[in-house]
Each structure stands twice: as C-alpha cells, then as structure tokens.
Design a binder for this molecule. Structure first.
Ligand code: C2O
Ligand code: CU
Ligand code: CU
Length: 476
C-alpha cells in the first residue's frame, strides 16, 4: 500500500454547451500540446483539447443540429471520434477523417438518440493508443426531453460528476511512459498511477446526499472493478448508450476500456469513503489465462480511485426514480443476417508492427479479426441501411477484449447462450468478451447511408486496435 498522499481536489472539466450560429449549435475544439503538472513540481508533456490535458465536457441536446469544428494545432496528424454517437460515417472521426497539422475539420450532424454519457477521442490509425494516452479525450453528455423530467442529480460539477478514469505510468522526470516493451503491446498498456479527470490522488467533496457519477473507463487497456472501500451499495442507472429501464443496486461494477456507467451514490455528512477498483473477482470469466497470464496477470491490482469527503451538512437530494426509460427491444427474428467474428492474437515476437518497436509497417500486427489485421483498403462488411443484424463475437485468445462497434447502440442477446445480466441489458456500444466466450448482440443500422465511407469495429484495448484488431463496414 502506498503511504497516505497529499490529496488534490478533483478537477471538473469545463462544461461546454456550444454557441448557436445560424440555427446550429457550434463547438470549437482545438487539439494542442501542453504541459500538465500532475506531480507537484514536475511538468508532463501532454495533449489536450482547449486545455493541456483531456478536453471540455461537450453537452449535446437531442434534436439539435450541431457543428463541431476541430482545429489540429499539433505537429502531427490526428482525428477526433465521437464514441457512441449515431452520426454519418463522414462525421464519425474514424481513421479516414484525418486532420492534417494546421488543418480543420467541421463535421455537422443532428443529435438524435437517447440521453447518456459518451466520449470523444483520437482515432488515428496505429496512433490511437499513444494520442489518447497523452490526453486526446473528453466526455460527452447527451441530454434529451427526459433529462429535466426525472429526478436524477443533474447539476454538473455539483451532484452530477464526470469521472474519467485512466491509469498511467510516469518516468522520473514526470513525462508519461508509453510503450516500452513487447508486453505493453500484447497486454495493452497498464499504468501504476490513477488519474481521474487528469487529477492524481483526487478528492471530491459532496454537498448533497446523492451524487450521480458518470464513470468512463478511458484507460488504454485496464479494466476497473468499481466499488467502495466500505462495501456500500449504489445504484447503476445507465449503461453505455443511456438510461436503463430501472436502477439496479450493486456493490461493484466492472467496466472495460471505453465502457461507461452512470451510478447514483448516497452519502452521509462527514462520513468519508473511497471509490476503489478491486482486483477482478477470483475465477472471473474476464481474467487473463495461460501463457498470457504469465506475461501479465491483467486486472488483479487494487487501486484507490477517488477519495470522497462529504461536507459537514448535506443538501437533501430527491429519491431516484424507480422507472428510468423504455428501451424498445429488437427482435432476433427481424435480423437479416448473423455475422460471425473471431478475435485472436499471435504471441510471437517481432512479427507485428509494434513487435518491431513501433517502426511503421504495412499496418498488420499481432491481432486479428477472422484471421485478418485491419487494412484501410478493405471494407470487411457492407450492411444494408434500415436492416437489423446479429453480430456474434467469439474470443479465441487468452485475454478479454472489449469489442466496440461504431454507428449505433446495440442490445446484447446472449453471452455463451445465456441472457445478459441486469447491467448488460441496457444500450451498449462496447461489450467485454472473455477468453473462450461468445457474445451475440443485435443492432439496427439506420438513418445514414454512404457506400464510400466506413465505420469501424474493434477491440478497445487501444494497443490491440492499433496493431490490427479492427475492421470496417459501410452502411449503404
Ligand atoms: Cu472509442 Cu472506434 O472508438
Ligand atoms: Cu467508437
Ligand atoms: Cu483486445
């Protein structure tokens, strides 16, 4: 256990509501380099959006037409992807929507999906891991007609709190330590220090009896098992894509990279506690196995994430609603096809791009979907607009992969043939697939058609994505 730390007040990213220009809500974002003082007295070279590390919280409202102007002030290419948002392929910010240094990209689209917690991050081919690690990410809060109607905490920065959780490794001069070895690529990059909203050793001081936390696992590779050190239970109210049908009570919640959850926690005046990450439960289906486990046991460490010190008097919050949302269920008999994808990895040294320590290669790697590594020239699937499909994802490797698909939210049909548990019944865009597991989900592909621009699907362990575990599909 680390000795008691000096605590730093949890930073809250600025809330950014945009400005109305010609009936369009516009946001102006600038990807830039900066220096950030995470460790007192040391400056870490970082990347950020409108700030030195991470970016503002974009607040989007359903029904609005938006324009997001992204200016690239970096000396390198970048892209910015709106993770979880339903947008035209050209506006998606994937690896094809490159913004050159000095360039600007201004996608426009209409916000039309349920309220929830999303995020944005770099998606540059082969460089997503590095750019996100250095700071190119931020939260998105989407609001809809239900936002003001229900009684969930919604005072941003007061009782509605973003928690962007990341692990990092620092060099002694304060700089970030990214990929150092073959192992960092194979397991994905694991750090030994926790940043929450870019704050090391963070403390938050609630002023109300209930607080909503928007949990975003923005780590490159680490899975967090969120819990409280005193074992208190809390209510999960949202999954990746928005509110659940009803709150569920839980004592721990496992989120892999890019998964989100909204939770509501109750506090008593002057009774501190700590939000922690537990080791994955013994025997977890998501634990790393065999030869991979000898390389790195994965998610078996405990971390303090956020110290919580409630004020001496707390303002009463309303009860949380017992019914949250209606999620229309997609019917498997409406699916026009089932696509089968198998995730795999090769263990050998030196065969992949990063196996040669980062020197640019053909784009192949150690990581595959259906035996193939990501190739920008290959569109793996062509989906017909306004159809429903089932995707069946099998993990043929020794470690868990969080599988993410762009374009829409999906519903999990089953995990190894069994219906999903309560925390996986809501709308999702990322699903954990443990070693040997098969998960089926169902999704509707609607609204946008573009035969020439693809959406991505990939493992959200960013080192896996960067080294081949990604593919593309069009909706046409
Ligand atoms: Cu969070 Cu393809 O991305
Ligand atoms: Cu995405
Ligand atoms: Cu993976």
């Amino acid at each position: 256990m680390r000795a008691a730390q000096a605590r730093n007040a949890l930073q809250i990213p600025d809330r950014y509501d945009g400005t109305m220009v010609d009936s369009r809500v516009t946001y102006s974002l600038r990807a830039q380099e900066g220096l950030t003082e995470f460790i007192p007295g040391l400056k870490t070279p970082t990347l950020g959006i409108n700030r030195s590390y991470l970016g503002p919280t974009l607040v989007l409202k359903r029904g609005n037409d938006v324009e997001l102007t992204v200016q690239n002030a970096l000396p390198e290419k970048t892209t910015l992807h709106w993770h979880g948002l339903h947008v035209p392929a050209k506006a998606d910010g994937g690896p094809a929507q490159i913004i050159e240094p000095g360039g600007t990209w201004s996608p426009r689209f209409r916000i039309d999906q349920a309220a929830g917690t999303f995020w944005y991050h770099s998606h540059l081919l082969h460089k997503t891991g590095e750019q996100v690690y250095r700071g190119l990410a931020g939260m998105i809060i989407l609001e809809d007609e239900s936002t003001d109607r229900h009684s969930l905490p919604r005072d941003y920065g007061v009782d509605d709190i973003p928690l962007i959780v990341q692990d990092r490794r620092f060099n002694s001069d304060g700089s970030f330590d990214y990929i150092r070895s073959h192992r960092d690529v194979m397991t994905g990059l694991f750090g030994d220090r926790i940043l929450v909203n870019g704050t090391l050793d963070a403390v938050f001081r609630p002023k109300t009896t209930r607080v909503r936390f928007r949990l975003l696992n923005a780590a490159n590779a680490r899975t967090f098992t969120f819990a409280f050190d005193d074992g208190r239970s809390f209510s999960q109210v949202a999954t990746d894509g928005g509110l659940m049908e009803k709150p569920i009570a839980c004592k721990s919640l496992i989120l892999a990279p890019s998964e989100r959850a909204e939770i509501v926690v109750e506090f008593n005046a002057k009774e501190p506690c700590t939000l922690i990450s537990l080791p994955l439960p013994a025997g977890s289906q998501f634990a790393t196995r065999g030869m991979m486990a000898r390389m790195h046991s994965g998610n078996d460490e405990r971390f303090d994430l956020l110290r919580i010190e409630p004020a001496a008097t707390l303002k009463d919050s309303p009860e949380i609603p017992t019914v949250l949302a209606k999620i229309p269920r997609l019917n498997p008999s409406d699916a026009v096809t089932t696509r089968k994808l198998t995730l795999s990895m090769a263990m050998g040294m030196g065969m992949g791009r990063m196996g040669r320590m980062g020197r640019a290669g053909s784009g192949g790697g150690n990581f595959f979907i259906n035996g193939q590594a990501m190739d920008m020239e290959v569109v793996n699937y062509r989906v017909k607009k306004d159809t429903v499909e089932i995707w069946e994802i099998t993990n043929d490797s020794m470690m868990m992969h969080p599988f993410h698909i762009h374009h829409s939210q999906f519903q999990i049909l089953d995990r190894n043939g069994k219906p999903p548990k309560a925390d996986e019944k809501g709308l999702k865009d990322t699903v954990k697939i443990g070693p040997g597991e098969t998960v089926r989900f169902i999704m509707r592909f609607e609204t946008y058609a573009d035969p020439n621009t693809a959406y991505m699907y990939h493992c959200h362990i960013l080192e896996h994505e960067d080294n081949g575990m990604m593919g593309q599909f069009t909706v046409e």
